[in-house]
Design a protein around this ligand. Structure first.
Ligand code: ATP
Ligand code: MG
Length: 321
């Protein structure tokens, strides 16, 4: 059953001055506070025999913003895609509101997908449609609302992300940051209960990136949306996160509060290898276990696809004369 709720938004993004936000919520999804919204248990995924995720386990509680971090290629986007049901894991359990996603067929997946919004890296807008038309599309496809109501819903969402004056522009006529905001407005179109973001601030200048962070915090706090955010931007991660997950080589190194990660980042002195790795990642240090691991990779082995001779630190070009 869809229930209309009116909520006051005390502070809004720059340029916004709407007072009421109409929140359509599917009451059938109302859940107890004790049950996690997202629950992953021992999730394993391989591509072509190479294990990308190896026993990933963590929960996300309602209303939390969880940031997933890890080096490039460690499986963050793959994890998101499995949670939204685009890929199936080889083994393990993925539950959304207690429902096993890995056991769902396409119609069930489509039903559950209406309850979450996804912001892709590019914003993923249709170039042949205006910003407003891009936002109206999911409402036309997934609801029976009449065109006037859809028009109002679109305006509310655009106001929410500070883009109402740009409703009639095409994606090619707006900046990268505005595309991100338009993508976020579209992700909000169906009043999702979970928002998934993959690298929301990648490629943005620091001010625009901070604006997007603020928007994510506002949405999470004021609408009570649960969010899972993949990001490499540590400033952004520490601004938006309630909890953080650190992945490395397919395994979870830590799932802890933001404060815990702040303490690791600011720590001095000796740490064991996993903790030192987390600290290096959080600080972006040039020295540490991550760089050490890269240096010890055998170049010959890499080139020839098998074990090669031990690294030779002599000159790579030898004079023959
Ligand atoms: N559909 C696919 N088929 C084959 N391999 C894939 C596929 N999707 C991802 N991979 C591989 O899985 C690994 C993890 O990819 P993924 O995109 O999840 O990494 P990531 O952590 O999101 O990296 P980045 O930070 O660069 O976005 C990579 O080695 C990638 O090549
Ligand atoms: Mg990725």
């Amino acid at each position: 059953m869809q229930v209309a709720r009116f909520r006051t938004l005390p502070s809004l993004p720059p340029g916004a001055f709407c007072v009421y936000y109409v929140h359509l919520r599917d009451e059938s999804c109302a859940m107890s506070q004790k049950e996690p919204v997202i629950s992953l248990k021992e999730v394993v995924k391989s591509f072509g025999g190479r294990v990308v995720l190896n026993g990933v386990t963590f929960d996300v509680q309602p209303g939390q913003t969880v940031v997933v971090m890890g080096g490039s290629g460690c499986g963050k986007s793959t994890l998101l895609r499995m949670i939204i049901g685009s890929f199936r894991p080889d083994s393990g359990s993925i539950r959304l509101w207690g429902h096993e996603v890995t056991a769902m067929e396409e119609p069930q997946l489509n039903d559950i997908r209406r309850k979450f919004g996804i912001l892709f890296q590019s914003g993923a807008l249709f170039n042949s449609m205006t910003v407003a038309e891009n936002l109206a599309l999911p409402l036309q496809e997934h609801t029976t609302l009449d065109p006037n109501t859809i028009d109002i819903m679109v305006k509310i969402k655009l106001e929410l992300v500070g883009l109402r004056e740009h409703a009639d522009k095409y994606p090619s006529q707006i900046s990268g940051g505005m595309k991100k905001r338009a993508g976020l407005a579209r992700a909000l179109a169906l009043d999702p209960q979970i928002l998934f973001y993959d690298e929301p601030s990648a490629g943005l200048d620091p001010v625009t990136s901070a604006e997007i962070d603020q928007l994510m915090v506002d949405l999470s706090k004021k609408l009570g949306v649960t969010s899972m955010v993949v990001t490499h931007e540590m400033d952004s991660a520490f601004t938006i996160a309630d909890r953080m997950v650190m992945l490395d080589k397919g395994r979870v190194l830590a799932v802890e509060s933001r404060e815990w990660f702040e303490q690791v980042r600011d720590s001095t002195g000796e740490l064991d290898e996993d903790m030192a790795l987390i600290r290096q990642f959080l600080r972006g240090d040039a020295q540490g276990p991550i760089t050490q691991r890269k240096l010890t990779t055998n170049y010959a082995e890499d080139l020839l696809g098998g074990p090669g001779p031990p690294p030779d630190h002599g000159p790579s070009v030898v004079a023959t004369r």
